[in-house]
Design a protein around this ligand. Structure first.
Ligand code: HEC
Ligand code: HEC
Length: 310
C-alpha cells in the first residue's frame, strides 16, 4: 500500500511538470513575435540615431537642421516623404544629383558613406514622416503678422485699428460674421473689392500671398487672438547690414521699420542710431544698433520689449 501511494505521487508530479512545461513553451511561442518585433524596433532606433549623427555632420548646411531646406529642397516635407520610397531616397543620397550641388555620398560613387550608413540616413529622414509639415500648404497659408503689417498700412484708415470698423467701412473683426464665410470668400472679396460701395479692388495692388496674409489676420481675429506687430530684430539686422555696405539710405529705411516694433531702451537706441546716421556718423550708428541687438538677445527681455533695469 505504502509503495503504491508513492508511485502515484510520482505520476501526478510528472504530469504536473509536463503540463507546466507545455504551458511555458506555449507562452514562449506566443511571445516570440513580440520579442522579434521589439528587437527590430531596437535596431531601427539605433539606425535612426546613427543616421541623425550623419545628417547633422553632413547635410545640415544645405538641407537645414530640421530638414526645412536652406540652399536645397526641404526633406522634412510630408509630400516628399509620402511620395518617395526608401529605395529612391537611398539612391538619391548614394549617387547625389549630378550637375547640382547635391554630392554623391555612397562609396560606390566615390562618396564617404557605406551602404549601411546611407541606410541609416534614410531611416533618420523616414523618422520625420509622422509629423512632417506639408510645406506646399504652409507656403500658401497666410501669416497673420505679415497680414497686420499690410493691414496697418493699407486697410486701417477705413476699417479701424482693430478691425472694429469706422464711419467709412464695416467691421472686419466680428467673429460671427467671420465664421459665416470661408477663406476663399474673404480672399475674393479683398482681391475684387466692391468699388461701387467704396471698398477698393486690392488684387491690382497686393499679391495673392499678401491677400492670404490678410485672411490669416482676419482668422486670428475670429479666434479672439491679439496679433502683435513683428519685433524690431529683423529690421535692425537689415539696418546693420546696410551700414556695413555704406548704404545710409537703406539703413534709415530699415530703422523706420524697426521703430514701429521697438519700445523702451531698444527704441531709444534705434533713435540714437537714426540721429547718428543723420549726422553722417555710421560708426556711432553701428555701435548703438549692436547694443540694441544685445538687449534684444537678452533672455529677460520678455514679449513687450521693456527692460527698465528693475
Ligand atoms: C552642398 C549642399 C548639399 C549637401 C551638403 C547635401 N545636399 Fe542633398 N541636395 C542638395 C541640392 C541642391 C539638392 C537638389 C538637387 C536638384 O536640383 O534636384 C539636393 C537633393 C537631395 C535629395 C532629393 C530631394 C528631392 O526633393 O528630390 C535628397 C534625398 C538629399 N538631397 C539628401 C541629402 C542628404 C541625406 C545629405 C547629407 C548626407 C545631403 N543631401 C547633403 C544639396 C546638398
Ligand atoms: C477706402 C476705404 C477702404 C479701404 C482702404 C479698405 N476697405 Fe474694405 N471695405 C470698405 C467698405 C466701404 C466696405 C463695405 C462694402 C459694402 O458695404 O459692401 C468694405 C468691405 C470689406 C470687406 C467685406 C466685409 C463684409 O463683411 O462684407 C472685407 C473683407 C474688407 N473690406 C477687407 C479689406 C481689407 C483687407 C483692406 C486692406 C487691404 C480693406 N478692406 C481696405 C472700405 C475700405
Amino acid at each position: 500500500m505504502q509503495a503504491r501511494e508513492n508511485y502515484w505521487r510520482y505520476i501526478v508530479a510528472a504530469l504536473v511538470l509536463t503540463v507546466a512545461i507545455l504551458v511555458l513553451f506555449e507562452i514562449y511561442i506566443l511571445r516570440e513575435p513580440q520579442r522579434i518585433s521589439a528587437d527590430k524596433e531596437h535596431d531601427a532606433l539605433i539606425a535612426v540615431t546613427a543616421g541623425r549623427t550623419l545628417y547633422t555632420q553632413n547635410c545640415v548646411s544645405c538641407h537645414g537642421e530640421q530638414g526645412e531646406g536652406v540652399d536645397a529642397p526641404a526633406l522634412n516635407d510630408k509630400k516628399f516623404l509620402a511620395d518617395t520610397a526608401d529605395e529612391t531616397i537611398f539612391s538619391l543620397i548614394s549617387s547625389g544629383v549630378p550637375s547640382t550641388e547635391m554630392p554623391a555620398w555612397n562609396q560606390t560613387y566615390g562618396g564617404p558613406f557605406t551602404d549601411e550608413q546611407v541606410r541609416q540616413v534614410v531611416a533618420f529622414l523616414r523618422s520625420w514622416e509622422a509629423d512632417a509639415p506639408d510645406r506646399e500648404v504652409e507656403a500658401l497659408a497666410g501669416d497673420p503678422v505679415e497680414g497686420l503689417v499690410i493691414y496697418n498700412s493699407t486697410c486701417i484708415v477705413c476699417h479701424g485699428e482693430t478691425g472694429q470698423g469706422t464711419e467709412q467701412a464695416s467691421a472686419l473683426n466680428d467673429p460671427e460674421k467671420l465664421a459665416k464665410f470661408d477663406d476663399d470668400w474673404y480672399a475674393d472679396t479683398i482681391t475684387e473689392g466692391r468699388p461701387s460701395k467704396g471698398m477698393p479692388t486690392w488684387g491690382t495692388v497686393l499679391s495673392p500671398a499678401q491677400v492670404n496674409d490678410l485672411v490669416a489676420l482676419l482668422r486670428a481675429w475670429e479666434q479672439g487672438e491679439t496679433v502683435e506687430p513683428p519685433g524690431p530684430e529683423a529690421a535692425i539686422t537689415e539696418a546693420l547690414h546696410a551700414l556695413e555696405e555704406g548704404d545710409l539710405h537703406g539703413a534709415e529705411h530699415a530703422l523706420g521699420e524697426a521703430k514701429q516694433g521697438a519700445s523702451g531702451d531698444v527704441l531709444a537706441l534705434v533713435n540714437e542710431a537714426l540721429d547718428a546716421i543723420e549726422a553722417g556718423d555710421a560708426t556711432a550708428a553701428e555701435t548703438a544698433l549692436s547694443q540694441a541687438q544685445e538687449l534684444l538677445g537678452a533672455p529677460d527681455m520678455g514679449g513687450d520689449g521693456h527692460d527698465s533695469g528693475g
